[in-house]
Design a protein around this ligand. Structure first.
Ligand SMILES: NC(=O)c1ccc[n+]([C@@H]2O[C@H](COP(=O)([O-])OP(=O)(O)OC[C@H]3O[C@@H](n4cnc5c(N)ncnc54)[C@H](OP(=O)(O)O)[C@@H]3O)[C@@H](O)[C@H]2O)c1
Length: 169
């Protein structure tokens, strides 16, 4: 299993504000959708809540919450949703599913989960938005003694950004 963060952050490391995204960048949304389609996604409960009661089609959702018994969501075959109580449990849950849903498992946030999952992360797809935004949720600094920047592609959109790939050394 490869554990990969997919994240978009501003130059000042902001990823969220008031439970949502601080920006609307369609090119990055497209990248997120294409990358995660058909795969398992691990996320914090607040990030799942930010989907406004909808699961994303053709993805397996593993939602981390301190009390899974308090949560339920109507799963479909193409879009299952399960609740677990830790990152470790999320990874154990994902293991037998990778044959069907792919070996690359995506950690899709938010701030709490990215930070706690960093020690077990193999790869990061980081969309670096070349602007500063106010916000209340941040992406941790990537330790360049542990991760190597392997790809970098700048996109001159309305708000310029770069797609960066980091791989654990
Ligand atoms: N820019 C991006 O790429 C991106 C990506 C994702 C999210 N976001 C943004 O980030 C923000 C949400 O991030 P966040 O940091 O506030 O929340 P989060 O990481 O999405 O979820 C936090 C919740 O996860 C559960 N949790 C965290 N650590 C846990 C642990 N060790 N064991 C069990 N459960 C645990 C808790 O749920 P319970 O409270 O239910 O116990 C906690 O309240 C939103 O603004 C969202 O839009 C941005």
């Amino acid at each position: 299993m490869i554990l990969t963060h997919v994240v978009a952050c501003s130059e000042n490391r902001v990823i969220g504000t008031q439970g949502g995204l601080p920006w609307n960048i369609p090119e990055d949304m497209k990248f997120f959708k294409e990358t995660t389609k058909g795969h398992i996604m691990i996320m914090g409960r607040k990030t799942f809540d930010s989907f406004n009661g909808r699961a994303l089609p053709n993805r397996y959702h593993i939602v981390i919450t301190r009390d899974p018994s308090k949560h339920s969501f109507p799963s479909t075959e193409s879009s299952p949703v399960v609740f677990v109580s830790s990152i470790e449990e999320a990874i154990e849950h994902a293991k037998p599913l990778t044959a069907k849903w792919g070996d690359e498992v995506f950690i899709i946030g938010g701030g709490e989960i990215y930070k706690q999952a960093m020690p077990v992360t193999d790869k990061v797809y980081l969309t670096l938005i070349h602007r500063e935004f106010p916000g209340d949720t941040y992406y941790p600094e990537i330790d360049e003694s542990k991760f190597k920047l392997t790809e970098q592609r700048r996109v001159e959109a309305t708000i310029p950004f770069s797609f960066l790939t980091y791989i654990r050394k």
